[in-house]
Design a protein around this ligand. Structure first.
Ligand SMILES: [Fe+2]
Ligand SMILES: [Fe+2]
Length: 269
């Protein structure tokens, strides 16, 4: 019988995107079926790789070398969805990574439920983006992609609260800020399936930010730390540069991120 950590490492060490997400969805279904049957799978322990396996394509480039996208053209819209697919695949690995990475910290079962659900949703998002890109005559891997995506995971490899602060509460929260504008681009282009896919992503990402905020606050409570001060310290330590407004204040609030968490981080220092 595989433990949850074995499952996580199997997903992380699977290179192909469609294979990775198929395993991810299958393991999530197994996890929740066992939970519902009242016989949860063991969490176990396992050593996740420092970097997850990734397909040979897309070629990963320094962000400065990734060609700029012009969303006014079909090619630009393909590039935009290709970039989102790449972010989603990275997110699948990020959510599975947090499970075996920090098993030395005792956490309630609800913590594992949340990240398995988030990983399952990211897997669905990757597949939705691949389907859209394929519908437009291309495929994931056809264009170069951003090389720096795993950086946040490596920087917080031994800091659990730092991981929660930077990944769900900064990076995924940023997704809430930019997705409405993206949906508009595809709505104007009458790209119905891309609009529907991005709306699914937008709705579900609120939950991922909320999981981050929930467990960050939980750990602050355990250590009697002030959550806002701890968040500011950790983001300044692990996230290079300032946060960029405009912020989606309404969705951030829905996800448990009040303005006094992120506004002070718009200035470096
Ligand atoms: Fe996602
Ligand atoms: Fe997410």
């Amino acid at each position: 019988m595989m433990t949850l950590c074995d499952m996580a490492v199997d997903v992380l060490t699977t290179a192909d995107g469609r294979d990775k997400t198929a395993k991810s969805r299958d393991y999530a279904a197994q996890w929740f079926a066992a939970r519902e049957a009242g016989a949860p799978l063991e969490i176990g322990t396992a050593t996740p790789p420092l970097r997850p396996s990734r397909p040979d394509a897309p070629e990963l480039l320094d962000p400065r070398d990734v060609p700029k996208r012009k969303p006014g053209s079909p090619q630009g819209r393909i590039a935009l969805l290709h970039a989102v697919a790449h972010i989603e695949l990275n997110a699948v690995d990020l959510h599975w990574d947090i499970i075996p990475r920090f098993t030395h910290v005792r956490m309630p079962m609800g913590f594992y439920d949340d990240w398995v659900k988030a990983a399952d949703e990211e897997s669905k998002h990757f597949n939705l983006m691949c389907d859209c890109v394929e519908e437009m005559g291309s495929f994931y891997g056809a264009l170069p992609a951003h090389a720096g995506m795993w950086r946040a995971a490596e920087d917080t490899v031994d800091d659990f609260m730092g991981r929660l602060a930077v990944v769900p509460m900064v990076l995924e929260a940023r997704g809430l800020d930019v997705t409405p504008g993206m949906i508009e681009i595809f709505r104007k282009a009458d790209a119905t399936s891309a609009v529907a896919a991005l709306e699914t992503i937008y709705a579900e990402e609120v939950g991922h930010v909320a999981y981050g905020s929930k467990w960050f606050h939980f750990l602050c409570g355990r250590h009697e730390e002030d959550p806002k001060d701890a968040f500011h310290t950790l983001v300044r330590r692990y996230f290079k540069g300032a946060l960029k407004p405009p912020f989606n204040e309404e969705k951030r609030a829905e996800a448990g991120l009040p303005p006094d968490f992120y506004w002070p981080l718009t200035e470096t220092g």
